[in-house]
Ligand binder design. Structure first.
Ligand code: ADP
Length: 416
């Protein structure tokens, strides 16, 4: 029962008792009224003291009531938020905070659940100085994660001199850090890839200006190597520019209908010389037209990379099979599947998930010897993302590799 209702009951009971004294003649009206007034005044005084007590008691533990505004506000915030009282006990926390630190309990000291010395020190400083504190910290287990925590002291009463609670809010910096790391890695890799041929070219220029100045045979040989290195740099720059162009347009879905069959045939024709040099036969199996909404140049680039890789890395198999077939995806959408299969040495399973990373190569030396940049499959992945397609790679070491591309078609494809 609430204090207010209890007081009312006492007053009503006193009124009935004193009225019955008057009715039965046990007390004179004046005395009865005086007695009733004293009881009522005492009851009101008790109620005020009770209210005062409730107001002054520091909020040590969290109220379970849902109409607690602090709980309601904290519960409605999207980022992890924890409110602590002056004794560093958890007053309120929301679901994201529970996910961040499952050991947190309302009413319990935060230091039991958050074993983060920097954070605990920041809470101490926030209370002592009544100033906002910001810290960044990382977790190593189970995976690397980075957070920013803001500890904000709050005075709930206008005349309080010191904060009576602090609010801890957390921001997950992990995606931001990953992107920063990737960008730094990318720039380092790209510079490294360019520096190697550049160093070779500079070295040969020096030799040609010095010891080989009057040696026509050496000059011929060095110029040929310099040309090779220069075209390697040109290929690299070309691939880097293509990557950034595709990324720039990633959000714009291509809208021109293009038939993939002539594109694949054009790619195979373009690579005929390479295939002949390597003694590899290219077979194409295609049903009727397979129309997708696409960017023609990007699609040519995509299949060029896949077929060229099959010819370069699968030379030993002497055969490359390209097959186009209409398939029906699970959602009932029509798709075309284009598979490029070689019968070369294949790829060990541990490399498969990383092949589309920029500059990832199973064997760097082999890739360089083949004129590779390590960006071909990264380009394939980006082109497919833009075209809402996907890539799957299957390989049995020793028995070749199959790269399968799936793209949504605009007309019902021939389902085989
Ligand atoms: P690269 O310019 O080195 O060819 P890619 O991104 O096209 O770069 O390919 C990445 C790596 O994947 C290659 O260096 C090679 O090790 C491997 N690879 C790609 N295609 C095949 C294939 N058909 N058979 C075996 N290995 C392949």
């Amino acid at each position: 029962m609430s204090l207010g209702r209890g007081v009312l009951l006492v007053i009503v009971a006193a009124a009935i008792v004193f009225a019955s004294f008057v009715v039965t003649g046990a007390l004179a009206v004046g005395y009865a009224f005086g007695g009733f007034a004293i009881v009522a005044a005492a009851a009101f005084a008790a109620m005020r003291t009770g209210n005062e007590h409730a107001r002054l008691t520091p909020p040590l533990a969290v109220s379970e009531r849902t109409n607690d505004p602090l709980l309601a506000i904290v519960g409605g915030l999207p980022d992890p938020v924890i409110a602590l009282d002056r004794d560093w006990r958890v007053l309120a926390l929301n679901e994201p905070a529970r996910a961040l630190a499952p050991a947190l309990r309302q009413g319990e000291p935060v230091s039991l659940a958050l074993r983060m010395p920097e954070l605990i020190e920041a809470v101490g400083r926030a209370f002592a100085r009544a100033e906002e504190q910001r810290i960044e910290y990382s977790e190593r287990v189970p995976i690397d994660r980075w957070f920013q925590a803001v500890v904000m002291p709050v005075r709930r009463m206008p005349d309080d001199t010191m904060p009576d609670l602090v609010l801890l809010t957390f921001r997950d910096l992990t995606p931001l850090r990953r992107v920063e790391e990737m960008r730094a890695d990318f720039v380092a890799n790209a510079s490294h890839e360019l520096r190697t041929p550049l160093a070779a070219v500079s070295g040969f220029i020096e030799t040609l200006q010095g010891s080989a100045r009057d040696d026509p045979k050496a000059r011929e040989r060095f110029l040929a190597i310099m040309q090779q290195q220069a075209s390697r740099m040109a290929r690299l720059i070309d691939d880097l520019l293509s990557l950034s162009r595709i990324e720039l347009n990633a959000h714009r879905r291509p809208d021109k209908p293009v038939d993939l069959v002539p594109i694949v045939r054009q790619v195979a024709d373009g690579l005929q010389t390479l295939a002949r040099d390597r003694g590899v036969t290219v077979n194409i199996e295609a049903p009727g037209a397979q129309t997708v909404l696409g960017d023609r140049d990007e699609l040519v680039r995509l299949f060029e990379n896949l077929v060229e890789n099959a010819l370069k890395y699968g030379t030993a198999g002497k055969r490359v099979d390209i097959k186009l077939a209409g398939v029906r995806a699970e959602e009932g959408e029509h798709q075309v599947e284009i598979s490029v299969r070689d019968y070369g040495p294949g790829i060990a399973p541990e490399h498969l998930p990383r092949l589309t990373e920029r500059f990832y190569r199973v064997n760097v030396r082999e890739s360089r010897d083949q004129g590779g940049t390590g960006l071909g499959l990264a380009l394939v992945k980006h082109i497919l993302n833009r075209h809402r397609g996907r890539l799957s790679i299957e390989s049995t070491p020793g028995a070749g590799a199959t790269f399968r591309v799936y793209l949504p078609t605009v007309e019902p494809a021939v389902v085989q």
